[in-house]
Design a protein. Structure first.
Length: 85
């Protein structure tokens, strides 16, 4: 009763093109949201404060971290040793 459609050879290509168009739209929307909300910037800049303090001062503290750097401690080191009194 129903005749089979004989020319369905392009259906897979049409579906692939439609899927590509939909995926491109979704990816561009997500990229726009990431750029507008600066999500990546907030993910990187938050932990970077503590890491940069550790790199610069050897201390995780961000405030007054320079004061706890080992070079600020009053120590005296000599190769000859301390003279006996």
């Amino acid at each position: 009763m129903f005749k089979k459609l004989k020319k369905q050879t392009g259906q897979a290509i049409i579906e692939a093109v439609l899927l590509i168009a939909v995926l491109f739209g979704i990816v561009s929307f997500i990229a726009k949201e990431f750029k507008d909300d600066e999500i990546v910037k907030s993910l990187v800049s938050g932990p970077w404060l503590a890491i940069s303090s550790m790199i610069a001062n050897g201390n995780w503290q961000t405030k007054d971290g320079e004061k706890s750097h080992p070079n600020y401690h009053s120590r005296h080191v000599t190769v000859l040793g301390k003279e006996a009194n």
